[in-house]
Design a protein. Structure first.
Length: 258
């Protein structure tokens, strides 16, 4: 929905036509957890694309208790499919669910979410680089921080803030080395001018929310999905992929504080 809203806010010449999409079930592996009676039903899928399956995406689908249909609630593109850990299956072929908040994991979902937020907020200096081993995904989040914070030079400031997650659920399946944990996080980006009289002009991608009127400050909200391989014994986790979409933006007035 964020992509559709953003596209509709672009000038007509820049808008891309909507193209329906579907997953190729013949190139998809399904991992069905053996759940206890009464537990909310969900399962994971890993889709593959490309000539040699060099592109992989992890999906989490949950049952809508009202419609009894299945909904995709999380999708994460994996940077390197070779990094995906091997799932542990029982004798009947079911995957083994793990409580994502379990102390049996080296890093439970709450700490993973906080560490991802720190990658954006501080470049990983507080917890991100302690929780995660260097991977393309974690280094990519740090790069977003590094490239964005100084984009205005002396004319403005940018800072990232860890927000309460819009979607707090997390999902975990047992692997040969620990667990694959899939979760969402929310962070915001606050841009503000450094001196009275300056204004920030909304970029094309922001106009669906902000229009075209310049303002001294803006607050952007990003909703993101993440997938991490977490060891069962003490040690760093590996962020295997993440994806973020801008889901809101507002003008916040002349103050340089949120």
């Amino acid at each position: 929905m964020a992509d559709l809203k953003e596209n509709e806010g672009l000038p007509k010449a820049d808008q891309q036509p909507f193209r329906p999409w579907a997953y190729d079930v013949s190139k998809t592996d399904f991992y069905i957890p053996r759940l206890a009676s009464g537990q909310h039903r969900w399962f994971a899928a890993v889709t593959h694309a490309g000539n040699n399956g060099q592109y992989a995406r992890v999906l989490i689908l949950t049952e809508n208790t009202k419609s009894k249909g299945w909904e995709i609630v999380v999708t994460v593109d994996i940077d390197d499919p070779q990094q995906l850990p091997q799932f542990v299956l029982d004798q009947d072929g079911y995957a083994t669910p793990i409580d994502p908040a379990s102390s049996k994991l080296a890093t439970p979902a709450g700490k993973l979410r906080a560490a991802v937020g720190d990658n954006f907020a501080t470049g990983g200096e507080q917890t991100g680089k302690k929780v995660f081993a260097p991977t393309e995904a974690s280094e990519g989040q740090v790069k977003v921080h590094r490239d964005t914070v100084g984009k205005f030079g002396s004319r403005g400031t940018t800072r990232f803030i860890v927000e309460r997650p819009e979607y707090p659920d997390a999902y975990a399946l047992k692997t040969a080395t620990g667990a694959l944990v899939v979760f969402s996080h929310t962070h915001s980006q606050h841009d503000a001018v450094a001196a009275p009289g300056l204004r920030i002009k909304p970029e094309k991608q922001d106009r669906a929310w902000l229009g075209t009127t310049p303002s001294p400050a803006y607050n952007y909200t990003f909703t993101c999905s993440d997938a991490a391989s977490v060891p069962s014994s003490p040690g760093p986790s590996s962020l295997l992929g993440y994806g973020c979409r801008r889901t809101d933006a507002t003008a916040t007035g002349p103050s340089t504080t949120v």
